[in-house]
Every structure is written in C-alpha cells, then in structure tokens.
Design a protein around this ligand. Structure first.
Ligand code: BMA
Length: 386
C-alpha cells in the first residue's frame, strides 16, 4: 500500500513538473501571480532604481531599498521614446539602463512591467493630447525626423484612424511597433531566454488625455489599434508577455460601457486600474470602491489577474495614506500589486525615506502588509542548478 502511494505521488509530481515545463513563460508568471495574490499585495514602483527625491542616476540604488532594505516586488519602466529610435525615454532614462535594471529585477526574483507613452504619430507631439495645439510648432523638429510636418495641424482626433491600415501614419506606426518590439525582444536572461513581463499599452483609455483615449478615437478604432499592436508584437514574442488592460479610475462603470473598448479574454491577462487621489480622500475612496465592485467580479469571471497598475497621492501630503487609505480601500480585493508612479523632483508618488509617509510604509513592510522582492523571490531550493 505504501509503495502504491509512493508511486502515485511520484506520478503526480512528474505530471506537475511536465505541465510546468509545457507552460509558457507568460503562463508561469500568471500562475505565480495567482499564488502570490493569495499571500498579499506586492509593492510596485515606477523608475525605482533610476532616481528618487534626493538622488539621480546612481548605480545600484533604489528608492524603495533606501527606505525598507528591499526592492519593490514589481518594478515599472516606461518605453515612451523607443518608437522614435531615441536613446533615452521621455523621462531621460537611457533604454540601455532600463534593459539592465529590468533584467536585474528579474534575476533577484522580482516582477517587471512596461508601460508605453508613445508620441502622437500624426502630430509629432507627446502622448498627451492637450499638448497638441500648444506643442505643434515646437514639435516640428521631431516630426521632421520622421516625415515632413504639414503646416496646418491635422485633427488630433484622427490620430488612431491614421495609424490603422490605409491611414497616412500606418507605415510610420509599423516602424514604431518594430522599434518597441525590438527593444522588448532584448529582455532576456543569461541563457538567452525571453524573460516574462507585464506589458500595459494604451492605458487610461477611458480618459480623454491620451491620443488613444475615449473621445479621441472610436471604440472600433481603439480595439483595432490594440489588436494591430498585439498581433504585431506576438509574432516575435508569443510566449512571455502578460498583457495588461488598464482603464483609469472612473467610478461608474456599466458592463456595456466597459465592453466597448475591452480587447477580449484572448487578448488580456491582467485587468488593471490606474487610480490616483487627485482630489479629496472621500472621492478617491468611493471612486475606487465603485470601480472594484465592477472590475473585480469581471476579472474573476474572466480568469484575469487584477492590480492597481498605477496609483498614488501626489507629493504624499498624508502621513498615513498607505495603510489608512490605499490599502484599506482595496482590502478584500484580489489586487496582486499596487504600483505608485515615479518619484521625480517635480512630483513624487512612491514611498521614500524623505517624505512623511515613511513610518507608515515601514510598518507595512514589517507587518507584511505589502510584499517586496525578497518576499516573493522563488526559493533558492527550487532554483535550477547552474
Ligand atoms: C506622468 C508624469 C510625467 C512623465 C510621464 C511618463 O504621469 O510623471 O512627468 O513624463 O508620467 O512617465
């Protein structure tokens, strides 16, 4: 009997192991995040290891590490500018360093997420539509690098349409997609295998501030842009991307409205919410709670992970915001991570030893109210021997 039991266990173990090896890198990351989700909420931070409130561009430094002695569980990096062939991103971070730090984060057992704020391909201005009119003249040198800039400003609301097949920007946009894809293909481990990561393009699309936002393109155009981008990238990276669809804090989703731009279950793995406190605490808390009421069941019914893919309270004016507001608001939800935006000189969102929220944040680290890189790193026992 004992022998039979032993054989059965052996069979089960080898079945699980072969199922593991048959899973793609993206599926493994999804499974890992599903497990981690049950253990707690990971702390994420944008541009964590490039600069902080009081430093810039040091090597081997991290704003989060400086405070808690560990790296964020999730590190965010932005690819805005890669489409232009630039060497640095829109926030002056060299792409070579982004690659290096993303790989380091993976090697220490952390998770990586990339966002992308591509310039406006029709106007040459930034991803933010409000800058179009103001910046159109100033952007001419950028435009001229790609295509002669027409004198009269084209309609910003035709941008997405013009990127699609038959549009005046289609060829240019394919070039842009090839550049972003090329960069993503270089995110590999020491044995040359593509590293799994979360990719979160065309985010906050229910807002009107980006050229892909609601009001600046039709629902059909948005979905076509998402599909075209995803189909292009998947040709080269079919197995290692966890696709995140992340609308902005809204507070009044209906299923019908949400479905208009949702790309579909075969095209998304993670449902994210980008949620900042811009106004009062009450407005933030009630808005997030209302969104969770719709988004969490939707994620669960559709087998999607859920996370606050961007969040924060600009310049941390409230010492207990992390524990009292942010984590209380998402308590009981299956959020696997929260990712405050960058700590730049002119605005900061993440934790730092240099702001009044430091003690509250340290308490969360101590009590495991938030998870960091060491908390989530796969145990060394299960690591493959070299
Ligand atoms: C915004 C701001 C900008 C920045 C952009 C991309 O929210 O932080 O300063 O350029 O994100 O990181």
């Amino acid at each position: 009997m004992k022998r039979l039991y032993f054989l059965l266990m052996l069979c089960l173990a080898s079945l699980t192991a072969s199922a593991q090896t048959e899973m793609t890198a993206a599926q493994q990351l999804i499974q890992r995040m599903q497990t981690l989700q049950k253990q707690g909420v990971m702390y994420g931070h944008q541009d964590d290891c490039f600069y902080g409130l009081t430093w810039e561009w040091d090597e081997n430094r991290s704003e989060t590490f400086d405070l808690v002695g560990d790296y964020p569980g999730v590190m965010g990096f932005d690819l805005g500018g890669i489409e232009m062939g630039d060497l640095k991103n829109l926030d002056s971070v060299p792409f070579n360093r982004i690659r290096q730090e993303a790989i380091r984060q993976y090697e220490r057992g952390g998770i990586i997420t990339f966002s992308w704020h591509p310039r406006n391909p029709l106007l040459g201005t930034t991803a933010w539509i409000e800058s179009d009119i103001k910046d159109y003249e100033a952007a001419r040198p950028y435009m001229d690098r790609v295509k002669a800039c027409p004198k009269a400003m084209p309609d910003p609301k035709s941008t997405v349409r013009e990127c699609l097949p038959g549009g005046v920007c289609y060829d240019k946009y394919m070039l842009w997609l090839s550049r972003v894809t090329l960069f993503l293909t270089t995110i590999r481990d020491s044995e040359g295998r593509p590293i799994p990561f979360i990719f979160r393009p065309y985010h906050e699309n229910n807002g009107g501030w980006f050229w892909w936002g609601e009001g600046n393109c039709s629902k059909e155009e948005y979905r076509a842009l998402w599909n075209m981008t995803q189909d292009y990238i998947r040709q080269y990276l079919p197995d290692n991307i966890v696709w995140s669809y992340s609308p902005n804090l809204y507070g009044m989703w209906t299923r019908e409205h949400f479905m208009e731009r949702y790309p579909g279950n075969d095209r998304c793995d993670l449902l994210g919410l980008d949620a900042y406190q811009w106004g009062t605490e009450e407005a933030f808390v009630s808005g997030v709670k209302a969104d969770l009421k719709f988004l969490v069941p939707f994620a669960q019914e559709n087998g999607l992970l859920f996370a606050l893919t961007e969040c924060g309270y600009k310049n941390s004016p409230d010492p207990t915001w992390w524990s009292r507001v942010l984590l209380k608001t998402i308590e009981g939800s299956p959020a696997c991570y929260v990712l405050p935006w960058r700590n730049a000189k002119h605005e900061h969102f993440g934790a730092s030893k240099d702001v009044s929220t430091a003690d509250d944040f340290l308490m969360l680290k101590k009590s495991k109210g938030l998870l960091f890189a060491k908390d989530i790193a796969p145990s060394t026992k299960t690591k493959k021997k070299k």
